[in-house]
Design a protein around this ligand. Sequence first.
Ligand SMILES: Cc1ncc(C[n+]2csc(CCOP(=O)(O)OP(=O)(O)O)c2C)c(N)n1
Length: 537
Amino acid sequence: MDGTPTARTSVREATFALLRGLGLTTVFGNPGSTELPFLDRWPADFRYVLGLQEASVVGMADGHARATGRCAFVNLHSAAGVGHALGNLFTAYRNQAPMVVTAGQQTRSLLANLPFLGAVDAAQFPRPYVKFAIEPARAADVPAAIAQAHRVATTRPHGPTFVSIPSDDWSAACAPVQPRAWFPDAAPDPAALAEVARLIAAARRPVLVSGPEADAEGAGPALVALAERIGAPVWTSPFSSRLSFPESHPLFAGHLHASPAAVSDALTGHDLVLVAGAPVFTFHVPGECALFRAGVPIVQMTTDVEAASSAPAGTAVLGSLRLGLPALAALLPASDRAPPAPRPRPRPAPPEAETPLTAPYALHRLRAAMPPGTILVEEAPSHRPAMHRHLPVDAWGGFFTMASGGLGYGLPGAVGVALGSGRRVACLIGDGSFMYSPQALWTAVQERLPLAVIVMNNLGYGAMRSFSRVLQVRDAPGIDLPGLDFVATARGMGCPGLRATTPDELDAALAEAFSASGPMLVEVAVDGAIATLYDKS
Ligand SMILES: Cc1ncc(C[n+]2csc(CCOP(=O)(O)OP(=O)(O)O)c2C)c(N)n1
């Protein structure tokens, strides 16, 4: 049934042959009646990863895609499944996670009559957070549509695409899809790189801002080599969703805040700003970015046309960083520029061991407990500044978070990263964030993933408390989260858990979580200190 397709085959056979050819043999899904014809007699060489809610399905696919650098394949249940998935689809779009999302549709013969489970305008529903969406006009076009969706998803910037598939299409006759090689990366214009090299050579105090694209393209070492060749300090772009520069490197300057004034202050004083693989810039709070009117050249290297075209100032050089960064470095004369003064950022003193536990102390101990090679996935909004201070990351591919601002990504994302990387993963997550897609933990148990889930329980939406201060909002409802028992929640899904309220309990729980062969949850009861997220807005 699922062997090599003949000149005339079924949509189902042609699709499985196509997926094999593309290496898409892991399917993230949640099934319903409209998907059963696809799942029928499931081939032994395919893996089906079940998520119990579609936000988790897409979040897991995103983590898998970003950890492997390969496209993920998703199968959802009609409009309801896509609807549940939309928040994390938005995040996958912003994360530039390559994935083909398919969704079952009611059988074509019923569609005119508003059937149960029929999706109206199915291809419209996930827009605009998919790069391409289609419900093919004919059943026979489904495999070719999936092939096209794959090509679009894996053209930079990567992102999700969508194919709606009526359930009777799977048995229809069609021709096999011709295999095609796909080399989507395009190098930047050499003339533009020569101009950037000239600007860099002429600058006395250049600065780099690096974003997630270098890591995504496997161009991290090329980025470090370029920074060292220029001798410039490197900031990471606001809300970067992956490691953007090794944080112990002497040229690492810090993480830019998503505030126009803060970005401007950090970069003012430089006579050239080179932004590699990031928007110019991602802001969260309003304000004036004087830098844009200061006449300082801002050069942005990116594959993202949307990010390049929406930048308010500067020059954009479109093209792959993997190809562009080494080409630019090769054009640069050896610099006689004095290297930047070492950053006045001494290692922070270890936080005090106290009860109740403080977040900085918990993160300091987490760093000590994490075995080498552990990948960190984070969604703990108010603890970001403390994480940056006490949990520096240095390894390319060693850190993931989301670029969108939408919570509910972290836990399924961590499950996907663990599945895709085959490595131990630490998921650092807030109590609020955990509750958006907790069922991803069940998948981690079923897949026996070495995943330590560290829930920072401050009994509420800490970032909202902090943000209320920034916006001078008082007495807002909906911010406290009493009565949640994360250890019991984990146990209910077959995952062991421990609660830590003292420094000793914390060390013991972390040691157990990081030596477990499967997932384990550690609930850390932290004090309610309100973090400062924006000291300048
Ligand atoms: C889907 C979604 N809903 C709501 C928000 C608004 N929001 C931003 S931060 C935050 C609080 C997160 O709380 P928690 O995960 O406990 O982490 P903490 O802020 O306490 O560190 C909320 C609700 C969001 N970003 N995304």
